[in-house]
Write a protein that binds this ligand. Sequence first.
Ligand SMILES: NC(=O)c1ccc[n+]([C@@H]2O[C@H](COP(=O)([O-])OP(=O)(O)OC[C@H]3O[C@@H](n4cnc5c(N)ncnc54)[C@H](O)[C@@H]3O)[C@@H](O)[C@H]2O)c1
Length: 347
Amino acid sequence: MAELRVGIVGMGIGRDNALAIARNPRGRVTALCDLNEARLPGVAAELPSQPKLFADYKKMCADPEVDAVFVGTPNQLHVPVALEAVRQGKHVMVTKPLSDALAPARRLVAAQEEAGVVGMMSLSTRFDNGAQYLGRRRAEGFFGSIYWAKAISVRRSGIPDWNLGFIEAGGGAMRDMGVHVLDCAWWIMGCPPPVSVSGVAAANFGPRGQGYWDFRQPPERFWSKYDSDDFGGGFVRFADGQGLQLESHWASHMPTTFNLELFGTEAGATMSPLRLYRTVDGAPQDLSVNLPPGPNAWDNIAAHFIACCLDGIPCEAPLRHGMVVQEMLEALLKSAQTGREVRVKGE
Ligand SMILES: NC(=O)c1ccc[n+]([C@@H]2O[C@H](COP(=O)([O-])OP(=O)(O)OC[C@H]3O[C@@H](n4cnc5c(N)ncnc54)[C@H](O)[C@@H]3O)[C@@H](O)[C@H]2O)c1
């Protein structure tokens, strides 16, 4: 049986993706790469076969035993690493967000499509079984037309404190967590083309040394480098008149929430909890959906990536989707700076 040999860059979220690829009967992790080499042996020990270990992603991308590359570095390095993989003719999967800005995202998508290799986003919210269920119900027409969505990620004290990339320019709450709920809501809506975005954003906690992960107190030498948002909120207008309200808070004085609310002409839904709402015979009908136990999001992602690369099936989460989502995120942040609505191309 053909197998996909994958090299993994970045041993944070790279570990979850690597283990899922290794669990798949047609996936094998043949290489691991991290600038911090101390992180490599621990992940290698969890894999069924010994991978080659690299500190230099260019060398790993050139390795003939690597067919595909997973990119799990901080946001600012997603595009440089993915571009190197594409230049070497390798398939590539990139964690969210696609990039730290729109222009590099566009460069990568152009290069990947030109090279004719598979380019996929690793999106743990979109590939969660609940989100997949809502996407299927939308495709069947259950909701009618989804004309309004709310995409909400609220943390009480959740600013990541384990690498500077999260809080430096190109990081921030909107690109880190806003991306999850925005991507998922937009995908369930059927990926309508966005036309404009309006928003506000701020850094209310991080630059004061507050709101960090699990109420931890990182040293000032860490948080004095703060150069991104820790809150963003706004509104996306789509070509056919649909709207989406988006919020991402890394820290707040509010309960932690991670939810989508979908308003359709025939039915509505929430993701957390997974519930459907409609009217039957003039009476409200509310349905709790209890999905049977199934593979987790990482296994769904790995299975789809492997099938795209080995079987040539169409990619349901192409890098191009990541680019459109990036355009909406960047437009929201630009709108926050300029105080004006920002027009977007959506392609
Ligand atoms: N649910 C998800 O999909 C999810 C969850 C967490 C993080 N992420 C994404 O993953 C990315 C990394 O976040 P993390 O929490 O894993 O961070 P992390 O700090 O735990 O891991 C990043 C790793 O990349 C390595 N790295 C940095 N530059 C490198 C280079 N040039 N070559 C090789 N390795 C390099 C670092 O040494 C570090 O070990 C972020 O973009 C984040 O948005 C996605």
